[in-house]
Design a protein around this ligand. Sequence first.
Ligand code: UD1
Length: 358
Amino acid sequence: MNQTKKRVLVSGGAGYIGSHVTVELIEAGYDVVVADNLSNCDMTCFEGVKKITGRDDIPFEKMDCCDAPLVEALFSKYRIDAVIHFAAFKAVGESVAEPIKYYKNNLISFLNILDAAKNHGGCNVLFSSSATVYGETDKLPVTEESPRQPAMCSYGATKQICEDILVDVVRATSAYGDEIKAGASELGPVKGIALRYFNPIGAHPSALIGELPRGVPNNLVPYITQTAIGKRECLSIFGNDYPTPDGTCLRDYIDVVDLAKAHVAAVARMLDGKMKKGYEIFNVGTGKPVSVLELVTKFEKVNNLKLNYKFAPRRAGDITAIWADTSLANKELGWKAERSLEDTLKSAWQWECHLAGK
Ligand code: UD1
């Protein structure tokens, strides 16, 4: 029998993670609608997605999810089975300087999506959350049960608040907290999964999509690749006096394609009625801590180049160490990170070279 394909709305789908997720969804057989206001990206990655998938017909809606009537119209135009919500601002430092901008954008866009989902007969909602919700803790690795700490910036606060909003909406409209029978589909309008990402890095092996920071990068890997290509003079390693084996911070760097595959697994879990509760949380990481210095050294080695770097004072707000306990995602999503750090760091460099036309 020819079944109708399930359709997934990817808000913020032209961005770094959204474009990788769009590729994996299409390759897994889903129909996708991408909505993006292009406020922090251009069409480079969306064009790359079309090339990788060989699909010229992926619907793209240039729109701001903060515009409620537009979001309503989007849900009227397409039959949406699941939403993956990426459309949000994400720069930690900027969020400290401009909290109102962050709260307005990140909360209103998510509320509009949830409202439209509810009004259109319900939906499965996957929220793009972050390990930032755990804050600083010495109980490592963190599990989904680890307590959240007060947010250290408005960006982090919006992630926590959006998680809480999703919990409330699921509770009000669905079966939050109740046991869900396998295969049950009559549960009610909104079910939700929050994926808490650790540090996504790298690019698609085709080098046709990747991270495209505007201005000076805040995150480590784009700063490394831009330094290697000569766009930045020197990488500053923020702090070498942390209580870690080599004095630099420890993080859990997750390959962006592996991360994208976790979204496909989570969407399938929702659509196939496999959720055990109306709201679930999964850590998405590798489970392996890597120091900043190790990452830099590995980048040099696998790409056979020398990076100009120096040690600099600690960056305000950085935590010493965080990495994931991924056993829940491994077990429940049937997913685990597979790409080696070496391959991921090669892909990051190939993407930077692609951008430079080399
Ligand atoms: C930050 C956010 C996190 C978000 C992630 C996206 C917080 C506290 N952190 O994580 O929520 O999901 O970005 O990727 O909200 N570093 C340098 N030199 C640089 C840049 C970074 O040494 O030029 C170091 C940092 O001190 C840190 C590590 O590299 O130890 C990773 O930094 P970064 O890539 O910015 O990610 P996080 O701060 O861990």
